[in-house]
Design a protein around this ligand. Sequence first.
Ligand SMILES: C[S@@+](CC[C@H](N)C(=O)[O-])C[C@H]1O[C@@H](n2cnc3c(N)ncnc32)[C@H](O)[C@@H]1O
Length: 268
Amino acid sequence: MQTVVEQDNRERLAALWTVCEQLLHTPHYKSTYANWLSEALLTHGDKSQSIFDTAAGVGFPAKQLFDAGFKNLWCSDADPDLLRQLLQIVDPKSNSVPVLCVDWQSLPKVVMNQFDTVLCLDASIGFMDSWSAGAMVSGPTKVKARVKEVLKNFYDVTNPGGHFYVGLQKNNNRSNQDRYVMEVGTGVLDGSKATATWDMRYDWDARRKTWNNLVEYRGETHQQVRHSYLFDKAELANMLIEIGFENAWELPTPEFLYEDIIIAKKAR
Ligand SMILES: C[S@@+](CC[C@H](N)C(=O)[O-])C[C@H]1O[C@@H](n2cnc3c(N)ncnc32)[C@H](O)[C@@H]1O
């Protein structure tokens, strides 16, 4: 099979993510995740609570929540190509789900509303400066300051008394010191066999994880390397408290989820 080393640009990442997303988010993953998330959301509000999915991408889990009756929903993401796919499924003509193309770094400058529940799920947070080949900082002090800067933006768009849900890959833990290989999945997409593997390397000193994204699709192997900031769930919870949330705790996740989830509550 021919290996294609991809150009390091946003469009290629969006294309590869679209393949990975379909392998990772199987119908079973999406529906069981949505049921589980709905139950969690209903512990602190009813279905009319305002929800802002800030890592909406192609629409998971926003679409599933909308279908489950959470209609007071906004979506955003920094990637216009992924949002174009989301717009195909949320029926843009109905105007019922505002969809914004905005990065987390600019959230409070662009979004004047506050929401009862703000979501940054699907293990997205670590990619804040790298998903679209942005400039990353390096080293524990700079990374922590940078992550806190962005977490504060999520705080700002959360209503007093509201909740922020943030997901982190389960493999972001200290038992992974060097390398972790995750079989994302195998399936048939548009009539072609597709397989994705994420080969991840850990540099805890630099606080940087290297993500080698290997996707076999339509008879070719595509490869693209990205980096994300590296921190574990306890560090994430501490940062959430440090930037102002009243409390932060782990929501126990079913084993099939590939992310841990921390909930932070903003004081009234
Ligand atoms: C792991 S994907 C999850 C996508 C989504 N759940 C879906 O169904 O496609 C990470 C998402 O975070 C978004 N993202 C990464 N860095 C971002 C940033 N700084 N601001 C806004 N979105 C960002 C990416 O564009 C991507 O859609």
